[in-house]
Design a protein around this ligand. Structure first.
Ligand SMILES: C=C(O[C@@H]1C=C(C(=O)O)C=C[C@H]1O)C(=O)O
Length: 114
């Protein structure tokens, strides 16, 4: 008895939900496209950074300089923590990320020395 009354309303509700869901999927795809672009930039920036640190490694090996420079690292940590805070990025995360990258650089420098 009520079916004829209820069902058209439910049908239009379902259509609205479909439109909402497909708009959400389009927005999700759009955001993911940006994430993919940002990830590609990070990879290119890191590759460029490692190209620079490789040159530093060669210079250090040639001139018998130590692979790591804690004084320089302290300055980088201070600077990156400030930049992170200003950019509303967790400074702890920024410091951990820098430490992770530098650890790999020092490993390369040690290998270049041998
Ligand atoms: C690249 C250098 O060597 C090491 C690696 C660093 C880095 O990846 O930024 C910083 C200091 C050093 O411990 C350097 O001395 O500049």
């Amino acid at each position: 008895m009520f079916g004829a009354i209820v069902s058209p309303i439910k049908e239009s509700d379902d259509k609205l939900a479909d439109v909402g869901a497909s708009a959400a999927m389009a927005e999700l795809q759009d955001i993911r496209d940006s994430i993919d672009n940002i990830d590609a930039s990070i990879i290119h920036m890191l590759a460029e950074r490692f190209r620079c640190t490789q040159k530093v490694g060669v210079l250090k090996a040639r001139h018998h300089l130590p692979p790591s420079d804690p004084g320089r690292e302290d300055k980088q940590v201070t600077r990156l923590r400030q930049l992170a805070s200003a950019a509303k990025l967790d400074p702890e995360f920024a410091e951990k990320f820098l430490a992770f990258v530098i650890r790999e650089v020092i490993r390369h420098h040690e290998a270049a020395r041998r």
